[in-house]
Design a protein around this ligand. Sequence first.
Ligand SMILES: NC(=O)c1ccc[n+]([C@@H]2O[C@H](COP(=O)([O-])OP(=O)(O)OC[C@H]3O[C@@H](n4cnc5c(N)ncnc54)[C@H](O)[C@@H]3O)[C@@H](O)[C@H]2O)c1
Length: 312
Amino acid sequence: MPGRFLVTGGAGFIGSSIAEALLARGDRVTVLDDFSTGREANLSALKGDLEVVRGDVSSADDVARALRDVHAVFHEAAIPSVVRSVAEPEVADRTNVHGTICVLENARRAGVKRVVFAASAAAYGDEPTLPKREDMTTHPLSPYAVAKIASEHYMRVYASLHGMQTLSLRYFNVFGGRQDPKSEYAAAIPRFVAALKSGAQPTIFGDGEQTRDFCHVSDVVEANLAAMRCDSARGQAVNIVRGEITMVNALVQMLSRILKASVLPKHEAERPGDIRHSCADITLARTLLSWSPRVLVEEGLKETVAGFGAHA
Ligand SMILES: NC(=O)c1ccc[n+]([C@@H]2O[C@H](COP(=O)([O-])OP(=O)(O)OC[C@H]3O[C@@H](n4cnc5c(N)ncnc54)[C@H](O)[C@@H]3O)[C@@H](O)[C@H]2O)c1
């Protein structure tokens, strides 16, 4: 029987969803998390052989402790906020870059060969060409994006130097019921749901005609499991998203329909640094990982609304 999977950031939105899927298929899981944005409630309902290590992903001691009996790592831990990375770049760097080296180096020392990393579409920045392909030049606009790109390079270097099987999955806009609407850095969908549920007007920054490429968290989990199985993992970066555009106005309309809400959104000034359009080419994910997204945006929104608040 193989060892355990380590999920760093496993108390968070995506990490706990990966842990849940692993446990559901009978795998053993260790979660390493400092619970800075992750929540006990994301783990308390999980059933199976789950060990939780409360610690810091940028501490070699904590990571080495969490790697005990582990054979593969899903590295999700990060300060996931662009805004915070701008306000506190050194803090973000410590977790988001040093944390990655710490995971890779301690994995190498422990003889762990496979690491799948949570990278980000932030790597593309405001490069206007659409759809985004992995071979495009990266264009980071924040310390968060710099850290994600640096981590991708470390994934590649540990594959070429040490023969590790690593992959970086570039997530775009991931959504699902477990996302925290109360977080200071909450993403748009949980904020829209929270507003519509309470009868308040959701706030759209700009005219709402900007577009985003979304992906339900269950598809992101499947992509991680596929990445872990991939025989030709050599540190490549792979877009993980639906590969289709949704206008923000249309998104709010879908949510209003699902929630039977009649309140209209209010529009505020566009936020500096917000990109206008985002959409990915997912050919590489289809060919390298044999993965395709399954959950349509509207279906995923129904699950999100149903799960909303259930994990608070
Ligand atoms: N949600 C998205 O749309 C999205 C998009 C692109 C990339 N990502 C990346 O996916 C990963 C998971 O994001 P999420 O949306 O689940 O966010 P999240 O905040 O729910 O999860 C991040 C987890 O990392 C933990 N963490 C933070 N600093 C830590 C540290 N120093 N030591 C140990 N644990 C630490 C947090 O407590 C939290 O549980 C992150 O790396 C994020 O950058 C997310």
